[in-house]
Write a protein that binds this ligand. Structure first.
Ligand SMILES: [Zn+2]
Length: 138
C-alpha cells in the first residue's frame, strides 16, 4: 500500500512537471465555482451550474497549463483586483467607524475620498489630489 502511494505520487509529479500548478488564484476560483454551483439549486438559476463548471474547468486548466507567463499575468491581475476590493472595504469600515466625528465626500472632479470634521457648517473643501474646490455641509 505504501508503495502504491509512492508510485502514485511519482506519477503525479511527473505529470505536473513543466506545468503551472496551483497558485493563490486557484482556491478563490474553486470557491466561486462552488458558490455558483450551490446557487444553481435555487429555482430559475440553473444556468449558474454551467458557469460554476466553466470556472472550475478554468481553475484546472490553469493548474495544468504550461504557459507560465500568461498564468502569472492572470495572478497579478487577480491580486491587483483583490487589493482594490480590500482597500474599498477598509475605507467603508473607516467611514463607518468615524461616522460621528468625520464626514466623507468624494471629489466631484476626480472621485477621490476626502474627509472633514463633522458639524462645522458649510465648508469649502479642496481636493488634495486635483485641487478642485467645492462647498459642502459638514
Ligand atoms: Zn479631486
Amino acid at each position: 500500500m505504501h508503495n502504491f502511494f509512492k508510485r502514485l505520487g511519482m506519477r503525479l509529479s511527473q505529470f505536473m512537471a513543466g506545468r503551472y500548478g496551483v497558485d493563490a488564484l486557484f482556491l478563490p476560483l474553486v470557491i466561486v465555482s462552488c458558490v455558483f454551483t450551490f446557487v444553481s439549486n435555487f429555482k430559475g438559476l440553473g444556468l449558474f451550474r454551467l458557469i460554476g463548471t466553466i470556472i472550475l474547468c478554468y481553475a484546472l486548466f490553469r493548474a495544468l497549463s504550461r504557459n507560465f507567463d500568461k498564468r502569472r499575468k492572470e495572478l497579478y491581475a487577480y491580486s491587483d483586483f483583490s487589493q482594490k476590493i480590500k482597500k474599498y472595504f477598509r475605507l467603508k469600515k473607516k467611514i463607518y467607524e468615524e461616522r460621528n466625528i468625520k464626514k466623507y465626500f468624494r471629489c466631484p472632479n476626480c472621485k477621490t475620498y476626502l474627509c472633514v470634521p463633522k458639524g462645522k457648517g458649510k465648508l469649502k473643501i479642496q481636493c488634495k489630489k486635483c485641487h478642485h474646490e467645492f462647498i459642502r455641509k459638514s
